[in-house]
Design a binder for this molecule. Sequence first.
Ligand SMILES: [Fe+2]
Length: 200
Amino acid sequence: MNTFTENNKSAFQALEILCCEFVGNDAVTENIFAEKAMSLLGEIERFTEEDIDEKHEFGEGLSYAIPYVSKRMVALIMFMKPGACIDAHDHHGFAGVMRLIRGEVKVENFSLSDFGQVCESGEFNIVPGKITVVAEDECSAILSGDSNIHQVTAGENGAIFFDIYAMTEDRGRSDFFEVLREEADGRRTVKIKASVAIPE
Ligand SMILES: [Fe+2]
């Protein structure tokens, strides 16, 4: 266990218990999970990029670290350079909560269009929905009831965010989309360019 994880042992243990309860107990709804997880994320000590070891590259201007992982929970810290973008992707088999540690991010949500069945070529359409800005110390939830596709762009000072994922299946994954065409109204024709398993 690294120093950061060790220093935050009690918060990680409480989050682990919460994730197990959420997955194993129907009475713990997504909203209850999100509210409690956001509160527990507030107990993680302040940190800077230098405090976190074992970072992995993840595309241009992006790197991440996994300070805690178990069967039912993954903690992920994402470091984003100014203007860096996490391409549109979805979430399968896990629910999550994000807390902005530094900077801010713009989150653009998309939904599948009504006529967006995947055709033989693997292309389908997604429609832009609400755009939110998550500022420093704010939290945001990624729940199955929401539009499940989103793109995340760091502000001009970059961003660091902390995600907690509860694994509702044995392991989650995100499909990342390549944009083939974009209409003036923001509707996009996309296809899956990569399926990324949630790291273990
Ligand atoms: Fe995401």
